[in-house]
Design a protein around this ligand. Sequence first.
Ligand SMILES: [Zn+2]
Length: 356
Amino acid sequence: MIERRIALPYADTNETMKLIADLVSIPSPSGNTNDVITFVENFLSELQVETKRNRKGGLIATIPGKDTNHHRMLTAHVDTLGAMVKEIKGNGRLRIDLIGGFKYNSIEGEYCQIETSGGKKITGTILMHQTSVHVYKDAGKLERNQENMEIRIDEKVHNAEEIRALGIEVGDFVSFDPRVEITPSGFIKSRHLDDKASVGILLQLIKQLKSENISLPYTTHFLISNNEEIGYGGNSNITPETVEYLAVDMGAMGDGQSTDEYTVSICVKDASGPYHYDLRKKLVRLAEENKIPYKLDIYPFYGSDASAAIRAGHDIVHGLVGPGIDSSHAFERTHQSSIEATAKLLYHYVQSQLVQ
Ligand SMILES: [Zn+2]
């Protein structure tokens, strides 16, 4: 009889896709991420992985390795784009202020949820004030901006007083309906795949390391950061022993980009400058040795938690990889193949030797 355990090559990506669908369904605009962090905390505590929260509200899971003097850190962010109530309008609607970098046209017509500071949740729709074509002749031509767009609340409200009576106030968080769908052809389309797709991949990876009883070469920290979309998610709580710091975040797709929805994207440079050359070469080598489909790419208007950590003054070897996400910060989509390629690369990466 064969006694050797048949190694499950990689984490089950069907399960990862479901986990991603669960993650995107928990509202978590930057600044209001407690619920999703609690979800991640519970997931990890079931696996008996020790976690701690930092003061910013992010979560750090640490798996001790054979070498405890040299550490490695991987990060992915759970915070997403969103908005905040800026003004209670006299017409019974709400003006919003955006959280994160995106354009108003990408949320036109989106269903949303307003969370009052008392914890009440009220739904609505983000619309141009001048939406009705039967009333506004130039409905399609007007600029999609803060002035012209507003939230129509799903309550009988006609003025500011009635809105306030619901408990809604300036500063309430607004989250967008993810509209998540997994198609039979293997796509997952949803808002907030940036970066909950990567969070799902990291969680599944930890689960796999546990179930296969893999002992890691170095103590490895997984930082689930919660302020990336506003620029400073994973730039703290990096131990002085940390040598390599890998951000797992979406690969940017578009004209001239090599990233696609079927491979893992290895970022060589973004708006912050080049990523560490040796680490990038190691990631490519790992992909080639293990026959993992990958693309090298440059992201023009992009920064990551790894570049934020470098900016904050950490002396680390930094890198960035992730699944390719189409129409980022808008109507996002990726394919199971990209999730799988990213998961495979990370599986080999966490077991590899450090570059220095
Ligand atoms: Zn991101």
